[in-house]
Design a protein around this ligand. Structure first.
Ligand SMILES: [Zn+2]
Length: 65
């Protein structure tokens, strides 16, 4: 009798990392870390503590991958 169909791992696999002030997308959390992509095509996958300044409002955002 499996009544609970919610899979908790799916939410953990890929999650947006957004600016806490304006909601701008800063990156995405993946299995290997936080995936950050810039306009000119640079892409970074970082792990550990990450700090980013929002390009829209200048807010300092911190996350942990
Ligand atoms: Zn912002």
């Amino acid at each position: 009798m499996a009544s609970n169909t919610i899979n908790p791992r799916r939410d953990f696999t890929l999650r947006d990392w957004r600016c806490s002030a304006c909601g701008k997308l800063l990156g995405r959390r993946g299995q290997g870390g936080i995936h950050v992509q810039f306009h000119r095509g640079h892409q970074y996958i970082v792990s550990g503590n990450v700090t980013a300044v929002c390009r829209c409002c200048g807010r300092l955002n911190q996350a942990r991958a």
